[in-house]
Design a protein. Structure first.
Length: 188
């Protein structure tokens, strides 16, 4: 049993923000693999189903980014999911838009959603860091950049990388993070 988590903010005004790219990935997984209808549970929107014969839970926390760990902690405690079976999809400014990096554990690098998860379940989970790039204008604060909407070109890149993530999930389910990253990034 695996848990896929997409980080974002639940306010409808944030739906196209760079910070919400994790929600975008979960929505695409739900659609492609026909997971159950989203239900409000565990302070999030939860879906379930099977991918490659593996039981999957997928959730979009409704606690807002900075408290994402509260939702995940409730869910994994209830279903007895080990943190090593948790995969978190989130934005990363240090990666070029349209690229991803997957890793197990590590530092939050100042990402408040990841810090909340680390505080609530520890660091022994996988992170799929989706590039949103840095602001082109150095005077734009990081907090403003992540809460800004994607441009049209950026949105196309995000749609492409999301499609590649969904198409490469078999490698992720097998916990082969290097193969998963390679497959997603090669398709760009």
């Amino acid at each position: 049993m695996l848990l896929f988590v997409g980080l974002g903010n639940p306010n409808p005004n944030n739906s196209n923000n760079r910070h919400n790219v994790g929600f975008t990935v979960i929505d695409a997984i739900n659609t492609e693999f026909k997971l159950s209808k989203q239900k409000p549970k565990f302070k999030g929107l939860l879906t379930t189903g099977k991918i490659d014969e593996q039981k999957i839970y997928a959730i979009k926390p409704l606690t807002f980014m900075n408290s994402s760990g509260l939702c995940i902690k409730e869910l994994i405690d209830y279903f007895k999911i080990e943190p090593k079976n948790v995969f978190v999809f989130h934005d990363d400014m240090d990666i070029d838009i349209g690229k991803i990096k997957a890793k197990f554990g590590g530092s939050s690098a100042g990402h408040n959603g990841i810090e909340s998860i680390d505080k609530n379940i520890g660091k022994s989970y996988s992170r799929i860091r989706i590039g949103i790039g840095r602001p082109k204008n150095n005077s734009v604060a990081a907090s403003d950049h992540v809460l800004d909407n994607f441009s049209t070109d950026e949105k196309q890149n995000v749609e492409e990388v999301t499609k590649n993530i969904v198409g490469s999930l078999s490698a992720l389910i097998k916990k082969d993070l290097d193969l998963f990253s390679s497959k997603v990034n090669q398709k760009q």
